[in-house]
Structures are given as structure tokens and as C-alpha cells.
Design a protein around this ligand. Structure first.
Ligand code: PEP
Ligand code: CO
Length: 446
């Protein structure tokens, strides 16, 4: 038990970036009161288990695969959508485990990823200026004054939508669907039409043979039948994540029980800001995004504030430098942190530093740039003798056309065909598998 209760209100005195301008504070207060009474979405013990897994990553013994939509939507919380996303994540994890020969910690950007930081607070279209879309947790995507007005009732919908999604994810990962003997079934709708699917099928055949061999040896461990899967989101809207913070009855310590892991975005990681303060008080495993302007001093100060006890697994740095910057911006950070003796897991977000606007006006990313950034990330860690601990990506299980490139290539002219994201462009299933095969090769060669 901790000696005195941890102050969970200290963030309120500090500037909180990227918060919505709620028009009706009383309505927000009513929602927060309701959220405080609702059951946890995850258990503190599960958060601790993930912290143990991430400690193994920090020690160089496991690899993180973290991914999902840039922004989940309420309409997207359907069985098909969640299943396709999980299927793709499981396929990527299998590729990494089998071809990369490394245990994979699977973390979805799911069941809570409903809020977005924006570069501008408003958006102008045809002379009309309205609040920017900040994610379904805050306002609607439609460009009307009504839809764009922040509505606190959406915090409750975000909670319920997260609960539905997490329930499905738990069923899929624990209820037999994620059984290793299903490696072919996950691919059935995919094989013929795509090079990544064919490559995966070959790997699935090898896994079948290995499983048959193990069964013949009477080895059939429980790990083959279910999968450990964790949820995560950017804890951006502090009123939401604070309202879902509970004191763990085992330890007397506070956990944000809206997800197993939460992270702080590049735009809200100010050392003297409300997000860092709030995160310093909760006991979940946490992440911080680090962009190319991060100095070693910034990173060390974040470590002091967020992981003063140097607890392995507590803090993950998610580097998102851009393909053209990773090789010069990342080494000073990794080097200084290694020299300080701080225990952090390093993972690479090769998405957010590589976004550009296509001539058609679509926000997009090139798979080649994504792969180049991951390659640079591996090179940096290899040169410094540190561990490239994982990837953090935006993807979907559907056949969208939002990023360009891949073995079944999407070109810029294709972007309009199926561009469905509510925010940043996501890799589709084939591009995600292409990336997984490449990362597995990189991992094997370290
Ligand atoms: C995101 O992960 O969608 C995001 C906004 O990232 P970042 O904070 O790295 O810009
Ligand atoms: Co994004």
C-alpha cells in the first residue's frame, strides 16, 4: 500500500493542450460524474502484466506490434471491422514471431482511440469556419456547425464503444479464433488476390508442419490456443481518462482503466503540461511520442518525471522522426538515454513523420518511406548496441487505398477509390503484411 493517497487532481492547475472547447461545462460535469461510476474496461492486474511484457522488450527479449486506426469511429465498431483489424494484427504478429524468431507483444490502437490532436483549432471550407474534427469522442466528422460542436455526451459513447470493441477483441483472442491452428483460416479471403497473401500462405504451411511435429511430440502448450492482446490509445482528453482512473484494490495505486497502455502524443508532451503531470500519477505502462525536434535533455527530463524509480516496462518511447530524419535525430536520444542507465523500451512509429499531401488533396504516406524509417530505426539501434523494440503503425484490415506503394501497388491516382479514414492514412492489409515481412527480415539480421 502506498503511504498517502496519490493526488490525481494536480494536472488541473497546469496548461492542457488540445482540449475541446466544451460549450456547456455543466453537461460535461454530469457526464464525468456518470463515467466515474462505470465499471473498468481493463483490470489493473492486466496493466501490470503488460508492463512485465514491455520490461522484456526493454531487456531486448521481445518485440512490440502496436497498431490500429489513426482515429476509431463509433460507426466503425462493427464485428467485421474489428475482426478484420485483429486478423491483420495476428497475421503480422505470426510473421514477426515465425520469420523474425521473436516473441511479439500485441497491442491494438483500439477500444479507446477516439480523440485527435489537431494542427489548427478550426477548419475553413468554402468560406465557412468551424471547429476542427477532434475525433468521435469530441465532435462529428460532418462539416456542419451542429456536428462540429463539441458534445460531452460523446465521452459516454466512447466508453460504450470501447467496451463493445474490447469485448469482441477478448472473444476473438481468447475464444478459439486466435488458435494457431487457424493461421490458414485468417488468410482464406486473401491468398489468391495478393502477393503478400501468397507469401503468408507459404509461411502458414511451414507453421502447420511445425505444429504437426510438436503435436507428434505431445507438446501442445496453452499459448498455441489463445493470444495475449492489449488495448491502448492516446490519452488526450484528460476529463475522460481521469474519470476512468480507479484505485486498484490490491495495491492502493491509481490506474487508468480505460486501456492497458496509454500514450502521450507529440503535441501534448510538454514537461510542465497537464498530460505529463496526469501520466506521472497513474501506474499503467505508458508511452510518449518523440518527434525529430526532441532534445536528449527533453527525453531525460520526461524519464525523470514519468519513471523516477526506473521501473522496466513502465515507459516506452515511440520515436516518429520521419524517414529523412531518423538516422540523424534518433542516435543522440538513444545514446544519452543508454548512458543514463534509464530503462526504456524503444519503438518506431514510421507513420507520423512521413505524411504528405498528394496532388488530389488526399493526405497519404508511401510504404517505401515507412519501410525506410523502420530500416533507419534498426540501423541506429544496431550501431549503438541497443534494442529495436517494436513498431507502432496505423493500419486497417480492409482493402482501403490510403497509402501508396506495396507488393500489390496503390498509386496516387488510386487514392480516391477507397479513402475512408477519419484522420490519417492507414496501411491496408496487404501493405501491413508487406511491412511485417520486411520488419521480420530486419529483426533476424540484428
Ligand atoms: C497519432 O498517433 O495519431 C498522432 C497524432 O501522433 P503524434 O502524436 O506522433 O503526432
Ligand atoms: Co495518426
Amino acid at each position: 500500500m502506498s503511504a498517502e493517497p496519490i493526488n490525481l487532481e494536480s494536472w488541473r492547475d497546469l496548461p492542457a493542450a488540445q482540449q475541446p472547447d466544451w460549450p456547456d461545462r455543466a453537461a460535461l460535469d454530469r457526464v464525468v460524474t456518470e463515467l466515474r461510476e462505470l465499471p473498468p474496461l481493463v483490470f489493473a492486474g492486466e496493466c501490470d502484466e503488460l508492463k512485465d511484457r514491455l520490461a522484456a522488450v526493454a531487456r531486448g527479449e521481445a518485440f512490440v506490434l502496436q497498431g490500429g486506426d489513426c482515429a476509431e469511429t463509433f460507426a466503425g465498431a462493427t464485428a467485421d471491422n474489428v475482426r478484420n483489424k485483429l486478423k491483420t494484427l495476428l497475421q503480422m504478429a505470426i510473421v514477426l514471431t515465425y520469420a523474425g524468431r521473436v516473441p511479439v507483444v500485441k497491442i491494438g490502437r483500439v477500444a479507446g482511440q477516439f480523440a485527435k490532436p489537431r494542427s489548427k483549432p478550426t477548419e475553413v471550407r468554402g468560406g465557412l469556419e468551424l471547429p476542427a474534427y477532434r475525433g468521435d469522442m469530441v465532435n462529428g466528422f460532418d462539416f456542419t456547425a451542429e456536428s462540429r460542436t463539441p458534445d460531452p455526451g460523446r465521452l459516454l459513447r466512447a466508453y460504450h464503444s470501447s467496451a463493445v470493441t474490447l469485448n469482441l477483441a477478448r472473444a476473438f483472442t481468447k475464444g478459439g479464433y486466435a488458435d494457431l491452428r487457424q493461421v490458414h483460416a485468417w488468410n482464406q479471403d486473401f491468398v489468391a488476390e495478393s502477393p503478400a497473401g501468397r507469401r503468408y500462405e507459404q509461411l502458414a504451411r511451414e507453421i502447420d508442419q511445425a505444429l504437426a511435429f510438436m503435436r507428434a511430440c505431445r507438446a501442445d502448450p496453452e499459448e498455441f490456443h489463445t493470444v495475449e492482446f492489449y488495448s491502448s490509445h492516446e490519452a488526450l482528453i484528460l476529463d475522460y481518462d481521469h474519470a476512468l482512473t480507479r484505485i486498484d484494490s490490491r495495491t492502493g495505486l491509481p490506474y487508468d482503466v480505460s486501456a492497458h497502455m496509454v500514450w502521450i502524443g507529440e503535441r501534448t508532451r510538454q514537461l510542465d503540461g497537464a498530460h505529463v503531470e496526469f501520466f506521472s500519477r497513474i501506474r499503467n505502462p505508458i508511452g510518449v511520442k518523440l518527434g525529430p525536434t526532441t532534445t536528449p535533455e527533453d527525453a531525460l527530463a520526461l524519464i525523470d518525471k514519468l519513471n523516477p524509480a526506473n521501473e522496466p516496462g513502465r515507459l516506452t518511447f515511440i520515436a516518429r522522426m520521419g524517414a529523412s530524419r531518423v538516422r540523424d535525430a534518433l542516435p543522440p536520444l538513444v545514446e544519452k538515454i543508454r548512458a543514463s542507465g534509464a530503462q526504456v523500451a524503444w519503438i518506431c512509429d514510421p507513420m507520423h513523420g512521413n505524411t504528405f499531401e498528394a496532388p488530389s488533396g488526399h493526405k497519404t504516406r508511401r510504404l517505401d518511406d515507412v519501410i525506410d524509417e523502420v530500416t533507419g530505426f534498426f540501423e541506429v539501434h544496431q550501431a549503438l548496441g541497443t534494442h529495436p523494440g517494436g513498431i507502432h503503425i496505423e493500419f486497417t484490415g480492409d482493402d482501403v487505398t490510403e497509402c501508396v506503394g506495396g507488393g500489390h501497388p496503390i498509386v496516387e491516382e488510386d487514392l480516391a477509390l477507397r479513402y475512408e479514414t477519419a484522420c490519417d492514412p492507414r496501411l491496408n492489409r496487404g501493405q501491413s503484411l508487406d511491412l511485417a515481412f520486411r520488419v521480420a527480415e530486419l529483426y533476424r539480421s540484428t
